[in-house]
Write a protein that binds this ligand. Structure first.
Ligand code: BDR
Ligand code: CA
Length: 332
């Protein structure tokens, strides 16, 4: 039994691992991948998604670019963490496929409408595309099983003292999603900071003996240098794959239902997720908030996916880009 998912992302080193986990685990059926501006500009995050999928030997998935800026205000990318390309570190080949000729929001709409089963949206970047989908096409909501997003925290932030990058980058979009009435799962820094790509993990990637394993090792080596320089962390936390892992195997994260609000106005706290863990506000406890993580089970899942993908025939890494996987017609 496979579970249909759409992955919305802004690769990004940890988004890259999340994509590999999503396409490499047999329990998920990835219907499509959409990109958003966040860690880098939209052209770069789209190119990076295509490069990672190509490297993984996946060339038949529709990939579409979405919003190039937040709903309100200007985009501020995370070049200090992910480098000028958004995926600095390894020497990656260019994409072997072109993005689809439709906007990400339209691709999501078509894939959701065309799916026989309700679809889980896995959001790994700012929630701009997802918010726009829900505002422009509210008719898809009953066909969305759940929105699982990496973002926010029950504790402090990483971009401002109280704000996590994905939420701070587009607080209004996060507010739309959290108040949409859809079931939501929040995978915040309070759990993602437990999953660190230690020297042992990096060695394990390299030890897989495949090009894909080596690229993962190089990505994490660059990521480690950023986290050491910016935060003083000895090992970098890998955020986004935990959201994918939670969909594959719900027992990997422990959640509690709580009201979550996004601070839209605070002088110093715009973009903070205000998580009412003790029910003091009387708000609806309608978000499943991750509060615990089985770190070893998570790494086993991710390593198995990278091993599995690395064992399949290598993706074509040169020559002209061909078109992406089938995009359903607009009349669906
Ligand atoms: C989130 O911000 C991005 O830099 C990462 O890709 C992740 O989605 C962590 O705060
Ligand atoms: Ca991300």
């Amino acid at each position: 039994m496979t579970h249909p998912v759409l992955i919305d992302c802004d690769p990004g080193h940890d988004d890259a691992l999340a994509l590999l986990l999503a396409v490499g685990d047999p329990r998920l059926r990835v219907l499509g991948v959409t990109t958003v501006a966040g860690n880098q500009t939209l052209d770069k995050t789209t190119r990076n998604a295509l490069r990672i999928l190509g490297l993984a030997g996946v060339a038949d998935l529709p990939v579409a670019a979405g919003c190039d800026r937040p709903l309100v205000g200007d985009l501020r990318v995370a070049g200090d963490i992910h480098g000028a390309s958004g995926l600095d570190g390894p020497d990656l080949d260019g994409p072997v496929a072109e993005p689809a000729d439709v906007h990400a929001v339209e691709l999501m709409r078509r894939l959701i409408v065309g799916s026989a089963e309700p679809v889980t949206l896995v959001a790994l970047g700012p929630l701009t595309n997802v918010a726009l989908l829900l505002r422009q096409h509210p008719e898809v909501a009953p066909r969305v099983h759940r929105v699982v997003f990496m973002g926010g925290s029950t504790e402090r932030g990483n971009t401002t003292p109280y704000g996590e990058f994905n939420i701070v980058t587009d607080p209004e979009a996060a507010d739309v999603v959290l108040r949409s009435g859809l079931p939501t799962t929040m995978i915040g820094l309070n759990v993602t900071h437990q999953a660190r790509a230690t020297a042992e993990i990096i060695a394990e990637f390299r030890g897989l003996g495949t090009r894909l394993g080596a690229v993962c090792a190089e990505l994490m080596t660059f990521f480690a240098s950023s986290y050491l320089r910016v935060f003083g962390f000895p090992d970098p936390p890998v955020h986004d794959p935990i959201a994918v892992a939670a969909v594959i195997d719900a027992s990997i994260v422990r959640t509690v239902a709580a009201p979550v609000a996004v601070e839209l106005a605070g002088t110093h706290t715009r973009g903070a997720t205000v998580v009412d863990l003790h029910g003091r506000t009387g708000g609806a406890a309608d978000t499943d908030v991750a509060v615990g993580l089985d770190v070893d089970a998570f790494w086993r899942l991710l390593m198995a996916a990278v091993r599995r993908l690395g064992a399949t025939p290598a993706a074509r890494t040169s020559g002209p880009a061909r078109s992406v996987g089938t995009v359903p017609p607009g009349t669906a």
